[in-house]
Design a protein around this ligand. Structure first.
Ligand code: ZN
Ligand code: ZN
Length: 518
């Protein structure tokens, strides 16, 4: 966030990624700075107007708006293209250039740059020569939601600077995601960045970005790709990239298969490797279409599973699945890991529920690990037990730097044991969202620290959450764990004490698979 002072107006660029007045009192902080400035300049607060504007309409840039709305001497600019055009008098979005005067001397130019987001704008401060580019140019990943718009926007921004012979002392973006090592970034959602790159970029970087975009544009859609520069990474959204080559990554792609409380749906997680054709962490929901779901005795009581199921499909192309060109496949179903002496049960046919819940490509040359421990979560069931909500989740360890480990745990959350700024009625919806990412503060991302029943109750921080949600999670069991980079070998899952193999429960939970003779 940036705060620019004039003698009539003060401009706050972005309002932060956190809603809460208590954990993140952004307005109070800004007003303290303004009051101090007023004392220094012998000004009265009521003679100054605070304007809160945004580099673009993403939640992590506007979440603090509520603290400013309706406050004295304060205007909050809306976040849509219409709101921004109206406020800055941009008659022909995105071609008009606006001016915003902080006083008679200090003018800020407003340059529309849609691409990262529809309502993206850049601010150029004529007095200091600072160019504020939001998420469109920063030392990190430049996500592009609309590639063609972004190509034009960056070219227009550069043309605006050069044709007006403007001096750019620094380009200031809204995040730092690069390390001090060229081309190496921290993972998305990182909460610990001990060796960040400098924030300042220069006009050279704007030239680099423009050249890259122009080249990719001329090369055509089929050649479009992620591009690594020392200080930033051009990272078009998957929807803006060409599909994977058809029939590529042809192999027998094994998956872990786990039951869900939703009738006839199952959760499947691809068995990854750091090399092609298996270089993806991929999680999907699927529907069992054959045999009839009733003849597969799915464990209806999912309080403790105690087992894993795996599937070994026929040969097919993972690329075709990723491209959305494969809707159904058949596979052999095993109880236990088919690579580790699992027991064959029967053949099943699965229909993929589109879109996938998680698609992460693994990169063998990645060196910057997730830190601390991180898992993605998927809803297993949501029950009321003794008047208490009990949310059961599958947790999948996020793989990034080899050798790493592929593990799935089963955890429960009682929403009552969370601290959050979201209204209580909406908390369950937030916690049960598939693909939520959680960090476990205080637990280094190491095999020894992985979540097992002996972890007991752990503190989990929901990432990318403007409501600062932190929950206590109880780890009920570890369902599977294998070691990378090939993920064949077991991590020696220690058997837990909930119940032993001889107990009746095990028989109850055992998922029998009857072959129907039709
Ligand atoms: Zn953004
Ligand atoms: Zn595979």
């Amino acid at each position: 966030m940036y705060l620019l002072f004039g003698t009539k107006k003060i401009l706050l660029i972005d309002s932060g990624a956190t809603v809460s007045l208590t954990s993140f009192p952004i307005r109070q902080h800004v007003e303290t700075i303004i009051n101090r400035w007023c004392i220094n300049k012998k000004k009265k607060r009521e003679d100054l107007k605070l304007v809160v504007a945004h580099t673009h309409n993403h939640l992590d840039h506007i979440a603090g708006d509520g603290q400013f709305q309706g406050q004295l001497f304060t205007t909050v600019v809306g976040t849509t293209v219409e709101n921004v055009s109206y406020f800055f008098k941009l008659s022909k979005w995105p071609y008009s250039i606006g001016t915003f005067a902080l006083d008679n001397q200090r003018q800020v130019a407003i340059i529309p740059i849609p691409g990262h987001e529809n309502a993206s704008i850049a601010f150029y401060d004529c007095t200091t020569g600072l160019l504020f580019t939001g998420d469109s140019l920063l030392p990190g990943r430049l996500y592009i939601a609309n590639f063609s718009a972004n190509v034009d926007s960056i070219q227009r921004l550069l043309y605006f600077i050069e044709s007006n012979h403007l001096n750019v002392n620094a380009i200031l973006g809204a995040h730092i995601e690069m390390t001090q090592i060229d081309k190496v970034d921290y993972p998305i959602g990182a909460t610990y960045q001990p060796k960040e790159r400098l924030l300042n970029l220069s006009l050279d970087h704007l030239h680099q970005l423009n050249n890259e975009l122009q080249e990719q544009w001329k090369a055509g859609f089929d050649q479009r790709h992620k591009a690594y520069y020392d200080a930033f990474i051009v990272d078009p959204n998957p929807s803006q990239l060409p599909p994977y080559p058809s029939n590529g990554r042809m192999a027998e792609h094994g998956f872990i298969l786990l039951p869900l409380s939703t009738l006839d749906l199952v959760w499947i997680s691809h068995k990854p490797m750091f090399r092609t054709p298996h270089d993806f962490q991929l999680v999907l929901m699927a529907k069992v279409t054959h045999p009839n779901v009733n003849s597969l005795s799915l464990p209806t009581n999912t309080n403790v599973l105690q087992n894993q199921w795996t599937i070994l499909p026929d040969l097919w192309s993972l690329n075709n699945l990723l491209n959305g060109n494969m809707t159904t496949f058949s596979a052999q179903l095993f109880i236990g890991n088919f690579e580790q002496g699992g027991q064959y049960l029967c053949n099943i046919t699965l229909e993929i529920v589109w879109p996938p819940l998680t698609i992460v490509q693994l990169n063998a040359s990645e060196i910057e690990p997730y830190q601390p421990l991180r898992y993605s979560s998927y809803l297993l069931s949501n029950m009321i037990v003794n008047n208490q909500t009990e949310i059961h989740l599958y947790l999948l360890h996020q793989i990034r730097v080899q050798p790493d480990f592929d593990t799935i745990a089963h955890a429960t959350i009682d929403p009552f044991n969370c601290t959050t700024d979201i209204e209580r009625e909406k908390l369950v919806d937030l916690l049960t969202k598939n693909g939520n990412e959680w960090a476990f503060p205080g637990l280094n991302n190491e095999l020894l620290n992985r979540l097992t029943v002996s972890s007991g109750v752990v503190r989990a921080q929901l990432l990318n959450d403007i409501y600062s949600t932190v929950c206590s999670m109880s780890i009920i069991e570890e369902i599977q764990c294998t070691l990378g980079p090939d993920f064949y070998d077991n991590c020696h899952v220690t058997s837990h004490s909930v119940c032993n193999s001889s107990s009746l429960l095990t028989i109850l939970f055992f998922w029998l698979c009857f072959q129907k003779e039709l």
